[in-house]
Design a protein around this ligand. Structure first.
Ligand code: COA
Ligand code: AMP
Length: 627
C-alpha cells in the first residue's frame, strides 16, 4: 500500500486518531481532549474542548521561535508600481497595533468585521487582527457592487467595516469607499465604525463620527497593542459569502481550531511548502483561495507569502507572473486556469518564460475551475514543472482532490485533479443514492463527517446548512459538482449540477443575475445561462422577454440590462451580452429549459425534451443562441 493510500485509509477509518496526531501542527492554549464531537450530527465539531488563537499560530509563534527577521509577506503591486515586505516581527507589530486600535473602538470577541479591500498588506493585517481579538472577519471581494456588499453587511451585522479608499484596476480606479457609502445607505444594519485605508490614488472623504483613518487606529493601538485572546476551537474565525442557487448569498462559517490544523496540514502535504519557503497564490483575498492560501496556510507554517496586486496580463505584459516568480524566488505558484489561458493567448509560445530565471519554481498548482487538458499541457511544456490540478470549494476550504506533492507525489492525469485528499471520503452517487461504478458519472458527495477546516455551518442558519448540503443523500455532503472516479481511483470533475457558473475562476449564480434582470420594468421573464468561453471557461448570457406594450428599441433595453447587472451585482458578474427574444423554451409545467439552451449555445445538438411545451419557441430562439 502506498503512503498515500495508507494515510487516506487511516484518515477515513479512524478520523479521531488521524486528526489527534495532526492537531500538534498548531499551538493550543488548552489542548483538546476530545477530537470530534458527533453529538450534533449531521453537524460535527472538531476539537470541541480545545482553545487557541489563530493569529498566535500564524504570526507570534514564528517570532518567538527566532524567525522574526524572516519575510512573512511580500506585497508586489505592478498597478501602483510599489513593493513592500513585512517580516514576521513587523507583521506582529502591525497586527497587534491594529488589533489594539480595533479593540479600543469597541470590537470584541465574537463581533463581526466586514473587510472590503484591495490587495494591500492592510487587508492581511486586518484579517489577522480580527483573529487576534477573537472577532469574526468577513471579507467581501472588491468586484462586488453596493447592493451585494449591503446584503452581506445586513447578514453579518458587523460592528466595524474596514475598507480601502479605492482599488486599482488596470484601466480605472475603483472607488471602494463610495461603494461602501452607497452600501450603507442601502443596508438596514448600521456598523459603529468604518476604518478607511487612504490610498494616494483615490483619497476618500471621511464621514464625521463614523469613519476613521487606518493610520489613526494604528497610531492609537501602538501604545496599547492587543495580546492574543483565547478562543474556543469551535468559535468562528470568519464568514465568507458564496453564491448559491438562491439570490441570498450563503455565509460559509469557518472555525478556529479545525481550520488551523487543516491549513497547516494541507500546506505541507498537498502543496509541499514549509517554513522559510516562498509561496504565491495569485488570487484575491476576497475568495477562499485567498483566505486559505494567501493568508492563513502559508503563515501558519511560517512560509513567505506573496500578495500580488496585478493581473496575469496587461500589468504590464504576459510575463508578469514570471517576473514575480523570478524576483521573489517563488517555489510554489497557485492560480486559476483562466490566468494561464490569458497568458497563453498573449504569448502563445511562452517566450516570456525565458526572459526570467524560473529556477526556483517547483510546481504550478491550478484550481477554481476545470483545468482543460490543453492549458495543462501548455503550462507543463513552457514551465517544465509539474502542473497540479486540485478541486475544492469555498465550503471545504482546502482541496478535496489533489496530487499530494508533499506526502506522496503520484502521476498526474490530464483532466483529473488526481485522488481524494486524506480526510475526504469522496463518493460518487447515482440519483438513487447508490454508489456509481468506476467511470460512471454521478453526484460527487463527501461522506460525513467532513474533515477539520470545512464549513461548520451557514452563518446563523444551521437549518440552511442541513437543507442545502446535508439532505440530498443521508450521511453525505452534496458538493454540487458531478463527476466520476476512474479505475485508478482518480476523480474527474465534470461541472455543476446547479445554476452556479464559473467565470474566470469566479463562482457566480445565474439566479442572482436573473433576479437583477427581472427588476427592470420592461422585463416579463428572463433566463441567464453560462456558455463555454475559450478564455474565461464560462461566460454568462442573458435572454429576456419584454412585457407587451414596451416600445423602446431592443438594443437600448439590452444595454440598460447589461448596465443594471453591473450596478446591482458588480463588474465581476461580467454579463456583457443580453438578448431580447420573443419567447423562452419551457416545459409544460413552466420550467425554462436552461440546460437545452446552454447546450445549443455551446454548439451541441441536444435532443428536444419530451416535456417541451412548444417546439416552435425553441426553434425561434436557436439562431439567437448561436447554436
Ligand atoms: N475590484 C474591483 N473590480 C474588479 C476587481 C476588484 N478586485 N477584480 C476584477 N474587477 C473587475 C475588472 O476590472 C473587470 O471590470 P471591467 O468589466 O470594467 O473590465 C471585471 O471585474 C471582470 O474582471 P476579471 O474577471 O478580472 O476580468 P478581466 O477581463 O479584468 O481579466 C483575467 C481577465 C483572465 C486576466 C482575470 O480574470 C484573471 O486574472 N483571472 C484569474 C482568476 C483568479 O485569480 N481567480 C480567483 C480564483 S483562484
Ligand atoms: P469556489 O467555491 O468559488 O472555490 O468554487 C468552487 C467550484 O469551482 C467547484 O464546486 C467546482 O464547480 C469549481 N472548481 C473548483 N476547482 C475545480 C477544479 N480543479 N476542477 C473542476 N472544477 C473546479
Amino acid at each position: 500500500m502506498s503512503v498515500y493510500q495508507d494515510t487516506h485509509r487511516r484518515s477515513i477509518e479512524d478520523p479521531e486518531g488521524f486528526w489527534r496526531e495532526q492537531a500538534w501542527l498548531v499551538d493550543w492554549i488548552r489542548p483538546p481532549r476530545t477530537v470530534l464531537d458527533r453529538a450534533g450530527a449531521p453537524i460535527y465539531r472538531w476539537f470541541p474542548d480545545g482553545t487557541l488563537n489563530t493569529c498566535h499560530n500564524a504570526v507570534d509563534r514564528h517570532v518567538w521561535a527566532g524567525r522574526g527577521n524572516q519575510v512573512a509577506v511580500i506585497h508586489d503591486s505592478p498597478v501602483t508600481g510599489s513593493k513592500r515586505t513585512l517580516t514576521y516581527a513587523e507583521l506582529l507589530a502591525e497586527v497587534s497595533a491594529f488589533a489594539g486600535g480595533l479593540r479600543d473602538l469597541g470590537v470584541t470577541r465574537g463581533d463581526r468585521v466586514v473587510i472590503y479591500m484591495a490587495m494591500v498588506p492592510e487587508a492581511v493585517i486586518a484579517m489577522l487582527a480580527c483573529a487576534r481579538i477573537g472577532a469574526v472577519h468577513s471579507v467581501v471581494f472588491g468586484g462586488f457592487a453596493a447592493p451585494e456588499l449591503a446584503a452581506r453587511i445586513d447578514d453579518a451585522r458587523p460592528t466595524a467595516v474596514v475598507a480601502s479608499s479605492c482599488g486599482i484596476e488596470p484601466a480605472r480606479v475603483v472607488p471602494y469607499k463610495e461603494i461602501l457609502d452607497d452600501a450603507l445607505e442601502l443596508a438596514s444594519h448600521v456598523p459603529t465604525v468604518c476604518v478607511i485605508v487612504q490610498r494616494p490614488q483615490g483619497v476618500a472623504q471621511l464621514v464625521p463620527d463614523r469613519d476613521i483613518a487606518w493610520t489613526d487606529v494604528v497610531e492609537a493601538g501602538r501604545s496599547r497593542p492587543a495580546a492574543c485572546v483565547e478562543v474556543a476551537a469551535t468559535d468562528p474565525l470568519y464568514i465568507l459569502y458564496t453564491s448559491g442557487t438562491t439570490g441570498r448569498p450563503k455565509g460559509i462559517v469557518r472555525d478556529n481550531g479545525g481550520h488551523a490544523v487543516a491549513m497547516a496540514w494541507s500546506m505541507r502535504n498537498v502543496y509541499d511548502i514549509g517554513p522559510g519557503q516562498v509561496w504565491w497564490a495569485a488570487s484575491d483575498i476576497g475568495w477562499v483561495v485567498g483566505h486559505s492560501y494567501i493568508v492563513y496556510a502559508p503563515l501558519l507554517v511560517g512560509a513567505t507569502t506573496v500578495l500580488y496586486e496585478g493581473k496575469p496580463v496587461g500589468t504590464p505584459d504576459a510575463g508578469a507572473f514570471w517576473r514575480v516568480v523570478a524576483e521573489h524566488g517563488v517555489q510554489g505558484l497557485f492560480t486559476a486556469p483562466t490566468a494561464i489561458r490569458a497568458i497563453k493567448r498573449e504569448d502563445p509560445e511562452g517566450g516570456l518564460t525565458t526572459t526570467y530565471d524560473l529556477a526556483s519554481l517547483r510546481t504550478l498548482f491550478l484550481a477554481g475551475e476545470r483545468l482543460d487538458p490543453e492549458t495543462y499541457a501548455w503550462a507543463g511544456r513552457v514551465l517544465g514543472v509539474p502542473v497540479v490540478d486540485n478541486w475544492w470549494q469555498t465550503e471545504t476550504g482546502w482541496p478535496i482532490a489533489a496530487n499530494l506533492r508533499g506526502l506522496d507525489p503520484m502521476p498526474t492525469k490530464p483532466g483529473s485533479p488526481s485522488v481524494p485528499v486524506p480526510g475526504f471520503d469522496v463518493r460518487v452517487l447515482g440519483a438513487d443514492g447508490a454508489p456509481a461504478p468506476a467511470g460512471v458519472e454521478g453526484a460527487i458527495c463527501l461522506r460525513l463527517p467532513l474533515p477539520p477546516g470545512s464549513m461548520t455551518t451557514v452563518w446563523e442558519d444551521d437549518q440552511r446548512f442541513i437543507s442545502t448540503y446535508l439532505s440530498g443523500f443521508e450521511g453525505h455532503y452534496l458538493s454540487g459538482d458531478s463527476g466520476y472516479l476512474d479505475e485508478d481511483g482518480y476523480l474527474h470533475v465534470m461541472g455543476r449540477t446547479d445554476d452556479v457558473i464559473n467565470v474566470s475562476g469566479h463562482r457566480l449564480s445565474t439566479g442572482v443575475m436573473e433576479a437583477a434582470l427581472a427588476r427592470h420594468p420592461a422585463v416579463a421573464e428572463c433566463a441567464v445561462i453560462g456558455v463555454r468561453d475559450e478564455l474565461t471557461g464560462q461566460r454568462p448570457r442573458g435572454f429576456v422577454v419584454l412585457k407587451s406594450g414596451v416600445r423602446s428599441p431592443a438594443a437600448e433595453i439590452e444595454a440598460e440590462l447589461v448596465a443594471l447587472v453591473r450596478s446591482e451585482i458588480g463588474p465581476v458578474a461580467a454579463l456583457r451580452s443580453v438578448t431580447v427574444v420573443d419567447g423562452l423554451p419551457k416545459t409544460r409545467s413552466g420550467k425554462i429549459l436552461r440546460k437545452t439552451m446552454r447546450e445549443i449555445a455551446d454548439g451541441m445538438a441536444p435532443p428536444v425534451p419530451a416535456t417541451i411545451e412548444d417546439v416552435a419557441v425553441l426553434d425561434r430562439i436557436r439562431p439567437q443562441l448561436g447554436g
